[in-house]
Design a protein around this ligand. Structure first.
Ligand code: SD4
Length: 321
């Protein structure tokens, strides 16, 4: 039976328990294209992928697929880390970060957007109907309303109660975060071989009002290069931004790293520079343009959902700790 060390070796990766190994950059990805394909973060990615797959399977565009997939957890009031029902900031206000990027390098995001469920769709409108790549705060809301989105109260009863409990225990002090927080990042390749990605989140619970994480920052929470591959991030955004995580991973894949080895190297950079890395989670997910997927996290427990013509599966990401 394979033990963990052998399993890591079988993937061409050195063991990663206490030391931080050099990554092994393996040979160029094989040419056995797996497409279409969609991958997304966490177990709720299975439901997101199902909607994305309908579009991919019908020959649709990866951009439409990732938007459709990201909208699934956004609309789910029981998902407390994305869209409707997301845990609020320290003032009890739900604010969303989202971005989207297509095969031509077009991209855009909304930051700290309030009162609109489908932040990812607002981000797409920024890309397609404005001259900008980023719109934040009240301006993002104003833009969304001008595009026909409707205002809704995003704070569900369950999230309001969770906030009130936090408030009574923490005296309004935004705390050092290590609460469960599960952004969806979703990456797809369509039948034409084009890549797109999207990312959407309510961000860290109890954050400072106006705080922006990595998810809407192109290159940090998401990056897509049609010639190479795509990557996205979940976890503590501040740590992802500091290493420009997703762009780093795409550039490593450009140099020949497998998606998994590239994700591992990004995690390693965080661990090298951020001494408290044992106290938080960051996970990266990537695909290359041949449809190979890989992931790597700081902590155990990260999973991603993968859907191809063979079906859907939840894959356990490897981790540093
Ligand atoms: C953030 N990266 O706002 C997001 C939160 C997250 O899994 O990913 N949670 O920092």
């Amino acid at each position: 039976m394979l033990n963990r060390r052998n399993l890591l070796k079988s993937f061409g990766i050195a063991a990663v328990a206490t030391t931080l190994p050099e990554i092994s950059v393996t040979a160029k990805a094989n040419e056995n294209s797996v497409k279409p394909i969609v991958v997304s973060t966490w177990n709720f990615g299975i439901a997101a992928n199902a909607d994305a797959w309908k579009i991919l399977n019908a020959g649709g565009r990866a951009l439409d697929a990732v938007e459709a997939g990201a909208k699934v957890p956004e609309a789910d009031p029981n998902n407390q880390s994305v869209g409707l029902g997301g845990l609020p900031d320290c003032d009890g206000i739900v604010s969303l970060d989202a971005c989207i990027m297509d095969e031509n390098g077009n991209c855009s995001s909304v930051m700290a957007l309030e009162n609109i469920v489908h932040a990812v769709s607002v981000a797409r409108k920024v890309m397609e109907r404005s001259p900008h790549v980023q719109i934040a705060g009240t301006g993002a809301l104003q833009f969304a309303l001008s595009q026909g989105f409707t205002k809704e109260d995003l704070l569900t009863e369950a999230s309001r109660k969770a906030w009130e409990k936090w408030k009574s225990e923490n005296h309004y002090e935004p705390i050092k975060q290590n609460v469960g927080h599960d952004t969806i990042g979703i990456l797809a390749i369509d039948a034409a071989g084009n890549l797109s990605g999207a990312c959407t989140t309510s961000g860290l619970a109890w954050k400072y009002h106006g705080r922006v994480g990595d998810s809407p920052i192109i290159g940090a929470g998401l990056f897509v290069d049609n010639e190479v591959g795509a990557a996205c991030a979940t976890g503590k955004g501040e740590s992802v931004v500091k290493i420009c995580g997703s762009h780093t991973i795409v550039e490593l894949m450009r140099q020949g790293a497998t998606p998994q080895a590239a994700c591992q190297e990004a995690v390693k950079r965080i661990a090298k520079k951020q001494k408290d890395y044992r106290d938080f989670q960051v996970a990266f997910l990537a695909i290359n343009r041949n449809g190979e997927a890989g992931a790597f996290a700081i902590q155990k427990g990260f999973q991603y959902a993968k859907t191809t013509s063979s079906g859907s599966e939840l894959v356990n990401g490897m981790s540093l700790l």
